[in-house]
Design a protein around this ligand. Structure first.
Ligand code: PNS
Length: 180
């Protein structure tokens, strides 16, 4: 199959420990530009993670069940080597705020130096996700906060299993104000 027949493929790399609605938002935006998106989880034994790589793959598969344009994979070594190996010409990264910029800029330029055939494309999530990260999602859940609008349902369930706790109940509905 030629690359043209295969369509355009973008790689969306990251740790995804765990995937959040912010990631889902970027993936949806990626799908509006590219034919297929591969979520590529970095195997990084040096980094302490809550979910194993296998668990993260399982969670993402579940979140994207029935969506043939999204696949999940793992990689180690250089990201650009992985992208080239799977036939992706584009790396998609989310850019939430100015604070992301310097790290992302360095990474994009290093990746370009390593392989100028692979382009990095940045996408901005919906404003409501601009302060969301996997780390904060975990912290909020662990401290009993509500993560329902921050992570997909499968992640909320898996967080509850991990922390041996029930997911916090939905916030009580506000009583309607009585008309004066
Ligand atoms: O979600 P994260 O942790 O911000 O993702 C970082 C990731 C996985 C994209 C980055 O660490 C990466 O690409 N690692 C692979 C190693 C690599 O290619 N390094 C050289 C380019 S900077």
């Amino acid at each position: 199959m030629t690359p043209q027949e295969r369509g355009s493929l973008a790689v969306f790399p990251g740790s995804f420990d765990p995937i959040t609605n912010g990631h889902l938002d970027i993936i949806a935006r990626g799908l509006s530009v590219f034919d297929d998106v591969t979520i590529a989880i970095l195997i990084n034994p040096g980094k302490q993670a809550l979910f194993t790589v296998e668990e993260r793959v399982e969670i993402i598969r579940e979140a994207y069940r029935g969506e043939p344009r999204v696949t999940v994979d793992t990689f180690s070594g250089l990201l650009v080597d992985y992208a080239e190996r799977v036939g992706a010409a584009v790396i998609v990264r989310g850019l939430r705020a100015i604070s992301d910029f310097e790290y992302e800029f360095q990474m994009a330029l290093m990746n370009r130096r390593l392989n100028p055939r692979i382009e990095t494309v940045f996408m901005m999530p919906a404003e409501g996700y601009s302060y969301l990260s996997s780390r904060l999602g975990k912290e909020v859940f662990q401290l009993g906060g509500r993560v329902r609008d921050l992570v997909p349902p499968i992640v909320e369930r898996r967080l509850a299993e991990k922390y041996g706790a029930k997911a916090p109940p939905a916030a009580p509905r506000r009583r309607a104000r009585r008309a004066r």
